[in-house]
Structures are given as C-alpha cells and as structure tokens.
Design a binder for this molecule. Structure first.
Ligand SMILES: C[C@@H](N)C(=O)N[C@H](C)C(=O)O
Ligand SMILES: [Zn+2]
Length: 209
C-alpha cells in the first residue's frame, strides 16, 4: 500500500485509494461531512477564508469532516444543546496534515498549534474546533476569547473572567466532555475525540472526499 512518510517520519495516509480501502475494512474510518449529517449545525470555516491566524486561505472548500463515530457524538450533542436553546457552530474538523505543517512553520506561538512531529488529532479526523450559538438570536454565545486567539484567557480553565462567560464556556466544555470528547489545556474551543489513537493521520484534501 502507498502510504507516505512525512519528513518527521510519521506514516500518513495521503492516497485516496488507501483511504477507501481502510473505510471498506472499517466503516468507522469514513470522514463524514458534518453539515450533511447534521444540517442544523452552523459552519464558520475560517481556514477557508483569510480571517484566521495565518491570514491566508488554507482550505479550498468551506467544509468540515470528522470520522463517523465523532459525527455520531456531535449529533447527540446538538440534540442536547437544542433542548437548552443552543446549537453548535463549527470552525474546523478534519485537517489535512500538510496544513498542520504550515501552521507550525508560521505560528507565532507554537503552544497553540500541533507539532507535526506528532501530528494533530485534527489530522486523524478526531478533533473539532467549535463553539455555541443562541438559537433564538442566531448569535454567538459570548466566550472568553475569539476563536484561535493566542491569549492566556483562551485556556480551558482560565478563571479571571466574568461569571457569565465562565458559565457559557463551561456549558460547552461539560456538554462535550459528557459525550466522549476532551478539551485541550490551551484552547476552550478544541476538543479531542476519546479513542483518537485508533485512527491514522491523513493528508487528503477536502476536494477529494
Ligand atoms: C490551530 C488550532 N485551531 C488548533 O487546532 N490547535 C491544536 C493544538 C492543533 O493544531 O491540533
Ligand atoms: Zn483544534
């Protein structure tokens, strides 16, 4: 099989046929289009615009994908949030490995981007960057910082914040963590799917999926 090896020595699936064969063997490997599976989610794919920390377009398509079991969990989360008048806004899901390499090379603060020597859980289709909106107004629920802000206040358990902001952030974190995800230390918006180790790193662009 034609798997590439990154310059960091990692095994990366970058051949669409290899990916298809993996999915045929294990349907959980499928990278599912989140908006197609859960039409009520709102997408704000900043990496398909210049409105991101790289200040350049990183994705040719404004789409978000994740492995099948990840999307099944997101569906449950969306239903749970709906009962409280909220819905998910998704900034990013699966991220091709080459994008992680570019992030790492350009990022001013490497604490906010995955090291390509290990790869990102996004490259495995097992991480999501997201927030919540108020379903009545359609507006963002206020959070400690904007998405991808490299500030101390972006930390998942940062405390020097107004009580309502902490309540909003903790609603997101608690809902995600009760449904199979784990927030990362530096970023209130980034959640790793528990079980990510079972999924390979990938470098297939959205256009091929
Ligand atoms: C770049 C940011 N949105 C992000 O996803 N950071 C984590 C650490 C990652 O790159 O996996
Ligand atoms: Zn992330």
């Amino acid at each position: 099989q034609k798997n590439a090896q990154s310059k960091y020595g990692l095994k990366i699936v970058d051949d669409f046929e290899v990916y298809k064969a993996d999915v045929a063997q294990n349907p959980n490997f499928e990278l599912v289009d989140i908006k197609k599976a859960i039409p009520s989610v709102v997408l704000d794919i900043r990496y398909a615009t210049k409105n991101n920390f790289m200040k350049q377009v990183m994705y040719k398509q404004a789409r978000a994908f994740a492995r099948k079991p990840v999307v099944e969990k997101l569906k449950l989360i969306q239903a749970e949030l709906k009962k409280k008048g909220y819905g998910l806004k998704i900034y990013d899901g699966y991220r091709p490995y080459a994008v992680t390499v570019s992030f790492y090379e350009k990022a001013s603060d490497k604490n906010f981007v995955a090291n390509p020597a290990k790869g990102s859980k996004h490259n495995r289709g097992c991480a999501v960057d997201l927030s919540i909106i108020d379903l009545k107004t359609g507006k963002d629920v206020p959070m400690p910082t904007p998405y991808d802000s490299f500030e101390a206040a972006a930390a998942a358990h940062y405390t020097n914040l107004p009580p309502q902001i902490i309540k909003n952030r903790d609603l997101l974190i608690n809902t995600m963590q009760a449904n199979g995800f784990k927030v990362i230390y530096n970023e209130w918006w980034h959640f790793d799917f528990i079980g990510w180790q079972d999924y390979p790193l990938m470098d297939i662009p959205f256009e091929k999926l």
